[in-house]
Design a protein around this ligand. Structure first.
Ligand code: GLA
Length: 328
């Protein structure tokens, strides 16, 4: 395993070839504090399954209900690796592969991978190219994937944020604003079930800024069942995450149609994170920009979820960090 870094005056981003995983995003203007959740020991990133800490995810991000979808009149069966569902590409997902890393210059790098996912029910070769690039106080991630045959494909970066810096506190007091008028409900087996409008009195409505604890402490059955947020929103604009104590703000903008918010609900004390701290639920929040998860089983326009030689998958997402107190 090798470690790489890119940096500019504002940010330093460290990552490894395994899963193209980011192992730290450091705020150079404010004490070099780490703005993501990180394992202390890089070897801990080599793990089967959960928690996909800051790794790239594909060929399919999120859950595909029962691992099944229909393609050209035939039912395709993917591996089942999360209860009754397929999750994050399975054992052979890109988070479990070594990428080839090329540093383009001080502030950008290309991660590439050519592989198959035969063991998880995907057909043919897949070519992935992901660029990490810094632009002032922004980290930009650009994805491109070309499958050899027609298939579903949906990529994300599983970054878990905690803006307090070095995980000084939980994310319960972080403020969130999501410019989204619709969200997806979750089946009790945790797969995205259907798309619903957000009403103003709805605990899931984040069009006006609210504290994450307000959502986590609600008795909404979907929050109780998943022990916090694990939900997709259909985006109409940007996402804002703020920590009033440090004054830090993350503004996330993407051309992907949705984002899944997962508040580390199953983190436990076996994880050693951010300078010898134990993991715990809600110590961070993953914001996973992507196509509508399980979309092929939910949305009428099935073809929009199919990629192949005829249609390259692309996504561009920008994470802009600023300090509202210090005016940067
Ligand atoms: C996604 C899923 C969660 C969990 C994480 C990885 O966010 O929706 O249920 O599996 O990935 O830990």
């Amino acid at each position: 395993m090798k470690t790489y870094e890119i940096e500019n005056d504002f940010l330093k981003v460290c990552f490894i070839d395994y899963g193209g995983t980011i192992i730290g995003i450091y705020d150079k203007q404010n004490g070099h504090e780490n703005l993501v959740i990180s394992f202390d020991d890089v070897n801990d990133y080599i793990i089967e399954g959960e928690p996909y800490l800051n790794s790239l995810v594909g060929p399919v991000a999120g859950r595909i209900a029962h691992g099944q979808y229909e393609l050209d009149g035939k039912i395709q069966q993917l591996s089942i690796n999360s209860h009754i569902n397929h999750l994050h590409g399975g054992q052979s997902g890109i988070s479990k592969h070594f990428f080839k890393i090329v540093l383009i210059n001080d502030y950008s790098a290309l991660c590439s991978l050519r592989t198959n996912h035969d063991g998880d029910g995907f057909v043919g070769q897949f070519d992935y190219q992901v660029i990490y690039r810094l632009e002032d106080s922004k980290l930009i991630i650009e994805y491109e994937a070309t499958p050899e045959h027609r298939t579903i494909l949906n990529m994300t970066s599983h970054l878990y944020f905690n803006l307090s810096g070095d995980m000084k506190s939980s994310i319960e007091d972080h403020l969130i604003k999501i410019e989204a008028n619709k969200r997806m409900t979750l089946h009790e087996d945790e797969y995205p079930l259907n798309i619903v409008d957000l009403e103003t009195d709805d605990v899931f409505d984040c069009r006006n800024t609210k504290k994450l604890s307000e959502i986590h402490n609600s008795f909404h059955p979907e929050i109780v069942n998943s022990r916090g947020l694990n939900h997709a929103y259909l985006l109409d604009g940007s996402i804002y995450l703020m920590d009033e104590v440090s004054g830090r703000q993350l503004k996330l903008t993407t051309d992907a149609p949705s984002a899944v918010f997962y508040s580390a609900n199953y983190f436990n004390d076996s994880y050693i994170l951010n300078k010898r701290q134990r993991g715990y639920p809600h110590c961070g929040i993953a914001i996973e920009t992507q196509d509508i998860p399980n979309g092929i089983n939910v949305v009428d326009d099935k073809e929009s979820f199919i990629y192949g030689p005829h249609r390259v998958y692309r996504q561009k997402t920008s994470y802009e960090f600023s300090n509202l107190i210090k005016g940067k």
